[in-house]
Each structure stands twice: as structure tokens, then as C-alpha cells.
Design a protein around this ligand. Structure first.
Ligand code: MD6
Ligand code: FE
Length: 212
């Protein structure tokens, strides 16, 4: 833990003026209590630590619901209609989740969002997401709707350059981020989730996408 982490504890970064194209909707309760639905999805396709093309395994554990699921292996990143682990389709995205994601997209100015992928990431303490941009989808006019559940995280918006400078956005349980328009292809990252001896729970991030 460095001095910046201590400062984060005292003065958590809160972004009141997010970058153009990034809309933050705070403390939405729509997906509270959805752990049983997540468990039903992971019963079909369990969380796994995907390998990236360079060979490393991600610290974040991943699964999907929907007609397409985001996958990574030595050969690259892609959307697949079946889970490569089982050869079976992913579980459907629950109807209630589709309605919530469409509503949040509409609030952010995207009135016709019909996702075909819900990528589910599970962060144990220490897990992080390196700088990347989401560019494996077909239509960049469609936004991505991202929901944070459980433990807090510091999301870092990097924008046009993978190396930043970054702007921190604190994300807590129920916070929703809609990425679209000018921000759709921006680089972003998630700082390591902090260990907390009093809490064993993880962070879950759901990202709704129109992949195909
Ligand atoms: C996360 N989110 O919050 C990682 N990508 O755990 C993302 O990588 C992300 O939140 C595209 C759009 C929204 C996101
Ligand atoms: Fe992303």
C-alpha cells in the first residue's frame, strides 16, 4: 500500500465531472439481491481466470450470460456463442436485467440498447483490470452499461492513451457507468481491490454489451 492508497482511504476520489461520454448513475438498487441469478448463470458457465494472448492469466474471474460471451485465450479476444469450456450456450440474460440495462442506457442518452452479452467479472481482494479498451464489438455506436456490485473499486479513466494521465472514479455497490459516444473507445482500468480483513466478499462487475 503506497501513500496514494492512504489518501484514497481518507479522501476517496469521487468524480463529479466525468469525461465526455462517460455517465455515472449512483447507487442504483435494481440489481441488489440478484446473487441467486448470478449463481444460476455461473452454474451453467463457472467463473474462470481467462488466459490473455500473451499467456498470463487474468486476476479477475470471468463468465457470461447472453447469446454471445466475451472470451480470451492464447489465440486472442473474441465473442463466442458457446462457452469454450463446455461447448454449451451461455445462460440467457435475465429479462429483468435487460430492462434495467436498457433503462440506464436510455437515461444516458441511448434509447434503443438491446444487449446480447452480459460479461460478469468477479474481483477478489487484490484483483485488478489492466488498461484496455473494449473494441471486440461490432457497432461502436452502441454503449456499454457497467454495474458495480459489492466491494468498492477505483475505476481509472485513461481516455485516448493507454498510459494516461488517468482520472479516478470511485465505484461503489449499485453504481452504474454508461460508456458511449466520445468515450466508447477510451482506455480504462480498475485499481487492485483492497483487502479488508473484516470482509471476505468480492466485487462483481456486470457489463452489458451489444457484441454482434
Ligand atoms: C470493471 N469495467 O469495472 C471493468 N469496460 O470492473 C470495464 O472494463 C468496462 O466498466 C467497458 C465499459 C465499461 C466498463
Ligand atoms: Fe472495459
Amino acid at each position: 500500500m503506497g501513500p496514494m492508497d492512504l489518501l484514497d482511504d481518507l479522501f476517496p476520489p469521487v468524480e463529479d465531472d466525468p469525461p465526455a461520454g462517460v455517465v455515472v448513475l449512483r447507487a442504483r438498487t435494481g440489481l441488489a439481491g440478484q446473487r441467486p441469478a448470478i449463481d444460476a448463470i455461473t452454474a451453467v458457465a463457472p467463473f474462470r481466470h481467462l488466459q490473455v494472448p500473451g499467456g498470463r492469466r487474468m486476476s479477475v474471474a470471468t463468465t457470461n450470460a447472453g447469446a454471445r460471451g466475451w472470451c480470451s485465450d492464447r489465440a486472442g479476444y473474441r465473442y463466442a456463442t458457446r462457452d469454450p469450456l463446455s461447448g454449451q450456450p451461455w445462460a440467457p440474460i435475465p429479462e429483468a436485467w435487460l430492462a434495467l440495462a436498457a433503462g440506464w442506457a436510455a437515461e444516458a442518452g441511448f434509447p434503443c440498447f438491446v444487449p446480447d452479452c452480459c460479461l460478469i467479472n468477479r474481483y477478489a481482494p487484490g484483483a485488478r483490470m489492466g488498461a484496455h479498451r473494449d473494441q471486440d464489438e461490432q457497432d461502436f455506436s452502441q454503449p456499454i452499461v457497467s454495474v458495480s456490485l459489492g466491494r468498492p473499486a477505483t475505476f481509472v479513466w485513461l481516455g485516448a492513451s493507454r498510459s494516461g494521465p488517468g482520472r479516478s472514479i470511485s465505484l461503489r455497490d449499485g453504481d452504474v457507468v454508461v460508456f458511449g459516444g466520445a468515450a466508447r473507445l477510451g482506455y480504462h482500468a480498475v485499481r487492485p481491490i483492497r483487502a479488508d480483513p473484516s470482509a471476505f466478499d468480492c466485487r462483481i462487475n456486470l457489463t452489458f454489451r451489444r457484441a454482434g
